[in-house]
Design a protein around this ligand. Structure first.
Ligand SMILES: C[S@@+](CC[C@H](N)C(=O)[O-])C[C@H]1O[C@@H](n2cnc3c(N)ncnc32)[C@H](O)[C@@H]1O
Length: 460
């Protein structure tokens, strides 16, 4: 019989941004590396302090090499709702677990971190002095300590009602910081090749984490645009591939998206973007291709499909057509004509995407994509389903008072069989989900014309 492993408690300090995306990110990464939440604390939703149970410090470090939603992780030595409770919890923490970090040859520093309150230097020193009962034997070194300890005080979430005393106080040994700095170093503002809809760096990394992208994976984006999502996956060591219907985007030609530049320069393309970040070796290729007519042979190729399909707001939703598909009454082109472009209904696009993912993902592989919704009419039933794909998470990002987009993560749980292709026709979900077709009209109808106008002009 396997011996149950002992779990240690760790404190995660979360960033207060993209709140809904944090839990699925941490859960996805924990399922990659191991570990679980320590309790079902309801405050996880909004609080910046989360307690995790993790079997080893290595796992905690791996988690922090990936997360952009968490700022730092600490080995939790004590926790209480008052200083007295914290001190008694610290006195119960096994001394043998403390000693390796407190011995006489070591150097250390204690930091005070507060959430929703600022303390004076004097108050901070008081808190540090109160910890003198801990068996610190090393020397204090403020510049380059070997070990950093933190007292973290939580004064709740309401900036208009800051309590005198903290709701919770934690003490822990700092282990590692998360990857928040990637948001700045990969910022679209400093990127070589960008477009009107280039995905924000922070969200791209969150998507790659929801997709459980790992080293040597093959990641595909069928609506690749300027490749923002490929960059995040390549940063985590995956080989990346993309397609887009737009010739100019794929070849880095045409009008530039930057204000002070008219045309794209000679080397403005996805490959050059990857080169900018030292990731060129992960570039497989990008092709001009229509996602409604994938040109792949039957088979499973991808570990993850991570994508941001067009919503028809800043780019059109088009697909290639053929003579047969042109509606009656519209004059047909000569036989030799290259396929025409037809409008691509959003509901068809998501059906195609789910079918494609169900067919081409490896078992356990993930599909991560954005679904635009008109919020007054949104219900969970609208989220497209597929018998081969299990819904893992569904997180909202508000775009305006009446529209939002939802980040949908699905995992392939069943091998694709031919009959699965038409499963949507039998599903109760098919009808409500067709409502997405009119997303564009609803987007611009606005609650008031003024809001719609403002949003339109801010995107141009
Ligand atoms: C929201 S943008 C993707 C932006 C991308 N994530 C980035 O970071 O630049 C959607 C892309 O889908 C492309 N597209 C539209 N219809 C398509 C189709 N039928 N097949 C493939 N690509 C399509 C558009 O040309 C556009 O580049």
């Amino acid at each position: 019989m396997a011996t149950p492993c002992t779990l240690n408690r760790y404190l995660l300090l979360m960033a207060q941004e993209h709140l809904e995306f944090r839990m699925p990110e941490i859960k996805s990464l924990l399922s990659l590396f191991g570990g679980q939440f320590a309790s079902t604390q309801e405050t996880y939703g909004k609080s910046p302090f989360w307690i995790l149970s993790i079997p080893s410090e290595d796992i905690a470090r791996n988690l922090m090499k990936r997360t952009v939603c968490a700022k730092a992780i600490f080995e939790l030595w004590g926790h209480g709702q008052s200083p007295e409770e914290l001190y008694s919890s610290l006195k119960n923490y096994p001394v043998e677990k403390m000693v390796p970090f407190l011995h006489s040859n070591s150097t250390y520093k204690i930091k005070i971190h507060t959430f929703n309150k600022t303390l004076t230097q004097e108050e901070k020193i008081k808190r540090i002095d109160a910890l003198e009962f801990l068996p610190f034997e090393g020397k204090v070194n403020l510049k380059k300590p070997q070990h950093v300890f933190s007292v973290l005080e939580d004064y709740g979430l309401d900036p208009n009602c800051i309590p005198e005393n903290p709701h919770n106080i934690y003490f822990g040994r700092w282990i590692a910081d998360g990857q928040r700095e990637l948001i700045e170093s990969y910022s679209v503002k400093k990127r070589h090749f960008i477009g009107n809809t280039s995905m924000d760096a922070g969200l791209s990394f969150i998507m790659a984490n929801h997709g459980k992208v790992k080293e040597n994976d093959i990641v595909f984006d069928p609506f690749v645009g300027t490749g923002g999502l490929l960059i995040a996956s390549a940063h985590f060591g995956a080989y990346v591939y993309g397609t887009d219907i737009d010739y100019n985007t794929v070849h880095g030609l045409g009008k530039a998206s930057r204000k002070n530049q008219k045309w794209r320069g000679p080397d403005e393309n996805i490959r050059a973007n990857l080169r900018q970040y030292g990731l060129e070796k992960y570039y497989l290729d990008v092709l001009v291709s229509d996602a409604s007519k994938p040109s792949w042979r039957k088979g499973t190729y991808f570990d993850a499909i991570i994508t941001d399909p067009p919503y028809g707001i800043r780019e059109s939703t088009r697909r290639t057509g053929s003579q047969k598909e042109i509606p009656k009454g519209i004059e047909k082109c000569p036989e030799s004509h290259v396929p025409v472009s037809l409008s691509y209904h959003l509901s068809d696009m998501f059906l195609d995407l789910l079918n494609f993912a169900a067919e081409t993902l490896v078992l356990g592989g993930r599909l991560v994509y954005w679904l635009p919704v008109y919020t007054p009419e949104y219900t969970e039933e609208m989220v497209p389903q597929h018998p081969c794909l299990k819904l893992i998470s569904n997180c909202e990002q508000k775009l305006s008072s009446h529209t939002s987009r939802r980040l949908i993560t699905m995992e392939k749980v069943k091998k694709f069989e031919n009959q699965d292709q038409h499963s949507h026709l039998l599903s109760d979900h098919f009808l409500p989900y067709q409502g997405h077709n009119s997303f564009r009209e609803k987007y611009f109808s606005g609650v008031t014309k003024r809001i719609a106008k403002e949003e339109k002009s801010s995107q141009e």
